[in-house]
Every structure is written in structure tokens, then in C-alpha cells.
Ligand binder design. Structure first.
Ligand code: TYM
Length: 354
């Protein structure tokens, strides 16, 4: 398979928009699961990049609740977390005036296209998905079919909107490759229908690692709260978690795989400060981990403070959030229906009478 992932945050949006006029804006789709609180990993790997595209692209960002129920969710918690995630999208700088924000289960077309794609996906392809293998290991007692076909739903999400670009973290790379394969397969069988999307990953921090075990990715489902930083964490919690983060006994701030904990902090620092890895390493030459950790913590605290404040404010304004997702669903559905109508026609379904 050809290299598909644009791994370069240096790209300017205007470069990506290229020659196209405003009426032909390129399309972005992405989403996150309301299955817990947003971490710094979600922010740096994905949501921060979503904001980059909103001026020049037609952007669709979804709270993917249908995906979340592939692992058991408490109903009241799921409902609350759906609101919280939507509030966090906006608090992170996504402007609902510029982007379409919606809740996935409000646009039924996702499930309809998923079914069509299910009939074209091979069991072998899904068996090879590393996320499925990982999750299957963790939930042997609840190995439901949804967990297995999860990547097909994700492909449907992306293809429904004819997305050009999908900003995600590194862990979604294989799912995007499958999406491209399915789009090509459909196009080859039934003639051109879907755009072939590309992934977009940040240069640093495409995979933010756990603060307690830097060989694992930072995950909101980690049982150790010291392993992750939440966007809603207060300044003390952030500083404490970074101070306690696992490093090594080398004692020199260097960007090396042998010093995975320090490497992870450098990535975070670089992403948030805009400084290069080399600059950061030279800034801390001859200084210990203590001062490096303290200054990394300061940057994270200063970045997340306004996000947390806006998030808490938005949570008090549920009616506003309802307006956003209600109008978002209408816009998203119009776009999705258009694609689905084409799909149904191509595969030979009789058109609905009005
Ligand atoms: P989810 O909810 O696990 O995560 C949301 C986004 O955050 C990124 N991410 C990370 N990036 C860097 N370092 C980390 N430690 C880290 N943890 C999470 C994820 O890569 C993701 O971009 N399957 C998706 C949701 C989804 C989706 C889609 C995404 C459903 N349909 C269509 C794009 C397009 C997921 O579970 O993301």
C-alpha cells in the first residue's frame, strides 16, 4: 500500500486547499468517543489539529457515541460524557459557526452505510486490526460483534462525508488504511463513488505516551490516573503528574528511544511551545530533569487553563450545546444522505417513493 499519511503539521491549510475555490472546499472528518474524559493525548494527537483546518475546510466533527457502546457504558455516564465531549471540542477552539459538530447517533446514515460496507469487508481484514486484538485481549468475556466491526463503522463515518483528510493520532492509522481499501473496493466494483481519504497526523505527539509507562500510549481508560493528564485537570494535578512521571537514571535531557519518558515530555513540550526538539534539548543541556519537568508542566498548565475554564462555562450552558448539536445533525445528515443515495442507487436498491 502506498504511504497515505500526511505526517506534517508544518503544512499550511492554504497549501492543502490548493487551487480550489471557496465553493469547492476540501472536506475534513474526525471524531472522538465519549467513553471517558479527554486526555492531553486526544488534544495533541487530534483535536488541536482539528482547529487548524476550520478556516479553510468544510469540517465535520462528531461525538461518536455509536462507537463508544462497543464496550459496556453506564447510560447516565454516557449521556453526561457526550455533553462533556461536545463542550470540550468547543473549549479547545473548535468554532461551531465554522464547523459542523454533531452526535453520531443522530445521523442514522452512519449505520446504513456501515451495513453496505460490512458486506464488502473480509473477516481476515478485521482480524488483522491491532486495536481489535488489543481490546479482545482485555474484554474476553464481552467479545461482542460490534468490537469486531468497529473499523467498518469508522470507514462509514469518513466516507459518508467524502472526506479528503482525517486528522487523527497514530493509533488510528490502520483504520484509515482499511477505509481507503473499502472506498477503492466499492469504486472498482460500482464506479467512482467515494473520495479516497488521507490521514493527517501531527509531527510530534501523534502518539502521546503514558506518564507512568512510556511504552504504552496515554489512554483515558488507564486504571492509574497518574498515567494521563486530563484536559479538565487543574493546575496542581497537572504539575504533580508531570513531576511524578517515570523517567530514567541517565539524568541528561536527550531525545532517544532509550529514554522514552523524557522523549515523551520533549514531544509534548515541542508541540505546545512550537520549539524544535533540538532547541529544547540544547536549552536543557547541563540541567537536571527537575527543572525540565517543572517548565514542561508550566507550558501544559498554561495551555490547558483557558480550555478548562471555557469547558466549565459551557457545561453550565446545556441549551447552547443542544442548539449546536441539533443544527449540526441537520447539516451532517444532508451531506450524508446525498452520499448514501448514490450508494443505494449504484448497488441496485429501488429508490424510495416520496
Ligand atoms: P478516540 O476516542 O480513542 O481518540 C480520539 C482521537 O485522539 C487520538 N488519540 C491520541 N493521539 C495521540 N496520543 C494519544 N495517546 C492518543 N489517544 C487518542 C486518536 O488517535 C483519535 O484521533 N476510532 C476513533 C474515533 C473515530 C474516528 C472516526 C476518528 C470514530 N470514527 C472517524 C476519525 C474518523 C477513536 O476511538 O478515537
Amino acid at each position: 500500500m502506498s504511504e497515505i499519511i500526511k505526517e506534517n503539521t508544518e503544512i499550511k491549510c492554504s497549501d492543502l486547499v490548493g487551487e480550489k475555490s471557496n465553493t469547492e472546499k476540501k472536506i475534513i472528518f474526525s471524531g472522538a468517543q465519549p467513553s471517558g474524559k479527554m486526555t492531553l493525548g486526544n488534544y495533541l494527537g487530534a483535536i488541536k489539529n482539528w482547529t487548524m483546518f476550520q478556516d479553510d475546510y468544510e469540517c465535520y466533527y462528531s461525538v461518536v457515541d455509536l462507537h463508544a457502546i462497543t464496550v459496556p457504558q453506564d447510560p447516565a455516564t454516557l449521556r453526561r460524557q457526550t455533553f462533556e465531549l461536545l463542550a470540550q471540542y468547543i473549549a479547545c477552539g473548535i468554532d461551531p459557526e465554522k464547523c459542523t459538530l454533531f452526535i453520531q447517533s443522530h445521523v442514522i446514515e452512519h449505520l446504513e452505510l456501515m451495513w453496505v460496507l460490512n458486506t464488502m469487508t473480509y473477516m481476515g481484514e478485521l482480524n488483522r486490526m491491532t486495536q481489535f486484538k488489543d481490546k479482545a485481549k482485555k474484554s474476553e468475556l464481552n467479545l461482542n460483534a460490534g468490537l469486531f466491526t468497529y473499523p467498518v463503522l469508522m470507514a462509514a463515518d469518513i466516507l459518508l462525508y467524502q472526506a479528503d483528510l482525517v486528522p487523527v493520532g497514530e493509533d488510528q492509522r490502520q483504520h484509515i488504511e482499511l477505509t481507503r481499501d473499502l472506498a477503492n473496493r466499492f469504486n472498482n466494483r460500482f464506479s467512482d463513488t467515494f473520495k479516497i481519504p488521507e490521514g493527517f497526523m501531527p509531527k510530534e505527539a501523534a502518539r502521546v505516551m503514558s506518564l507512568q509507562d512510556p511504552s504504552k500510549k496515554m489512554s483515558k481508560s488507564d486504571s492509574d490516573p497518574n498515567a494521563f493528564i486530563l484536559l479538565a485537570d487543574d493546575s496542581d494535578a497537572i504539575a504533580r503528574k508531570i513531576k511524578r512521571s517515570v523517567t530514567d537514571s541517565v539524568g541528561v535531557v536527550r531525545y532517544s528511544d532509550e529514554q522514552a519518558g523524557i522523549k515523551n515530555l520533549i514531544d509534548i513540550y515541542a508541540n505546545l511551545s512550537g520549539k524544535s526538539v533540538e532547541e529544547i534539548v540544547s536549552m536543557y543541556e547541563g540541567k537536571g530533569y527537575g527543572v525540565f519537568k517543572q517548565e514542561t508542566a508550566e507550558i501544559v498548565v498554561e495551555t490547558l487553563r483557558p480550555i478548562r475554564e471555557k469547558y466549565l462555562y459551557l457545561l453550565e450552558n446545556k441549551d447552547y450545546l443542544k442548539e449546536i448539536y441539533a443544527s449540526g445533525a441537520v447539516k451532517a445528515q444532508a451531506k450524508a444522505r446525498k452520499t448514501l443515495r448514490k450508494v443505494y442507487k449504484k448497488i441496485g436498491f429501488v429508490a424510495r417513493e416520496r
